[in-house]
Write a protein that binds this ligand. Structure first.
Ligand SMILES: Nc1ncnc2c1ncn2[C@@H]1O[C@H](COP(=O)(O)OP(=O)(O)OP(=O)(O)O)[C@@H](O)[C@H]1O
Length: 456
């Protein structure tokens, strides 16, 4: 089912002054995500907040980040209810903040879950389950003309019932349908996520919640996505721009590497914007493709590295990397540095041990067909999601019933009691404190900010 406004659940206008967060769930290049209790105490929801006052030096800030934040809200507001895509529960905007509420996913992400496995790999059955749910989500997005472009395990979150949902749509792109339009036979007949819809504090009510400060257990995500500025062939407002590999590698020699060293992992690389106007003619000539350099280093498709036009097939490439990483405990093209990673993406074939080929022939075949360097020959290019679903690795998957599987491989434990009982802190004050001038040395000893801003 395509994304339509008719099936979108009613979206609430949130009273941001009334919101009290229990804790920070995570931070990304674009925003800080808070855990917030619904107006009636339960259930929780996740509130992603973009700080308009951030300076360009604090991340991929500035106008482009603001545009990406708005784009994410706009994509989310058009998503139909789907078991593996988030529903936009509400939004709020003040002079300083843009915030939007999403269902809370208490199980962390697939990257954390993989690291908790013996040998840091999933069983083939678990891989099939998670990959099938991701295929189902991508099918829905592609059917609506949305290329996701940021598939990686960190963006696959686990809902309370163990089913997955994609997050982080700021790098997604609307692409016009192609003659071989992606499948519309998505799994939208599955029941919607089992999480009840939380009641949000509405703007007019202004009721404050009684939650005390509980500011531990923070994930530091020092990663941000590779992105540059504007060019599109689809006519939508854009935030990124074509790059070629030579340009990109030069940048990394000039200091992009410093930022990389600070990052927790080399899988994502921050990149600032500007330039690239020389490629807009190519973009204009490209018809239905996007020419942006966008994605996550170890997950970017060869056509993106080459600066060629790309489209939905980049998501099928990323699915191949994801399945490989879930089964091998590492991504297939990672090099010692960005340059080597990109060279591997362009030239190297994924390696499978003899044992892996013997034990999981269908998995190896699926990965090989998804990691086809030529996008036109890649699984999913010609036949869309249906072609991917039909691969023997997914034999036996009941696609229309996926969201109803009652025993996913992992069910997150119930919410902590300490979170449930805490009074919380004001999200608005949290950001106000960040922008206060630094305290004098005397004040610093007892800074109220220390009470409010959690440690990393
Ligand atoms: N619905 C959710 N439930 C629970 N945790 C969440 C939810 N959404 C986001 N998070 C947490 O917050 C972190 C940051 O969220 P997200 O990736 O959406 O932010 P971002 O700024 O767009 O990141 P990126 O740097 O990848 O662009 C996630 O890694 C995850 O840990």
């Amino acid at each position: 089912m395509p994304l339509t406004t008719t099936t979108t659940p009613p979206m609430e206008e949130i009273d941001l002054d009334a919101v009290r967060a229990a804790r920070v769930l995570g931070r990304g290049a674009m925003g800080t995500v808070f855990l917030v209790a619904g107006a009636s105490g339960e259930p929780y929801y996740a509130l992603k907040v973009f700080d308009k006052r951030r300076s360009p030096s604090t991340g991929s800030g500035g106008d482009d980040a603001a545009r990406r934040a708005r784009w994410e809200v706009s994509v989310l507001s058009r998503l139909a209810r789907h078991p593996h895509l988030p529903s936009l529960l509400g939004r709020a905007e003040t002079a300083d903040l843009l915030a939007w509420a999403l269902p809370y996913c208490p199980g962390g992400d697939l990257n954390e879950l993989r690291h908790a496995q013996p040998d840091r790999v999933f069983s083939p059955a678990a891989i099939r389950f998670y990959a099938a749910e991701v295929v189902s989500a991508l099918a829905e997005l592609h059917a609506a003309g949305i290329a996701y472009r940021d598939l990686k395990p960190e963006n696959v979150l686990l809902q309370a019932d163990g089913h997955v949902t994609l997050t982080d749509f700021d790098l997604s792109r609307h692409l016009p349908p192609t003659p071989r339009s992606p499948s519309t036979t998505s799994s939208s007949s599955c029941s919607a996520t089992s999480s009840p819809t939380p009641q949000l504090p509405r703007r007019s009510h202004g009721r404050r919640h009684q939650y005390g400060a509980h500011l531990k257990r923070i994930f530091k995500r020092s990663e941000s996505a590779v992105t540059a500025s504007t060019t599109t062939t689809s006519g939508q407002e854009e935030v990124d721009e074509p790059r070629n590999l030579a340009w990109y590698l030069n940048r990394s020699l000039d200091g992009g590497g410093d930022q990389m060293k600070k990052a927790k992992s080399a899988r994502v690389s921050p990149m600032d914007r500007g330039g690239g106007k020389d490629l807009s003619a190519a973009a204009a000539a490209g018809g239905e493709r996007s020419f942006s350099f966008v994605g996550t280093e170890e997950y970017v498709a060869p056509e993106v590295v080459r600066g060629e036009g790309h489209e939905f097939a980049v998501d099928w490439w990323a699915l191949g990397v994801l399945v490989y990483e879930m089964s091998h405990g590492r991504t297939p093209f990672r090099g010692r540095n960005r340059k080597e990673t990109f060279r591997n993406v362009l030239l190297r074939e994924p390696e499978f041990s003899a044992e892996a080929r013997r034990r999981w022939p269908e998995l190896a075949d699926l990965v090989g067909r998804l990691l086809e360097k030529d996008p036109a020959r890649r699984l999913g290019f010609a036949g869309g999601a249906d072609e991917v679903r039909a691969h023997p690795f997914f034999a036996g998957v009941a696609w229309d019933l996926l969201g109803e599987v009652s025993r996913p491989p992992y069910i997150p434990p119930p919410a902590d009691d300490d979170v449930v009982s805490c009074e919380g802190f004001s999200v608005v004050e949290y950001f106000d404190k960040i922008h206060q001038p630094p305290p004098s040395p005397a004040e610093q000893e007892h800074s109220p900010e220390e009470e409010l801003v959690p440690e990393f």
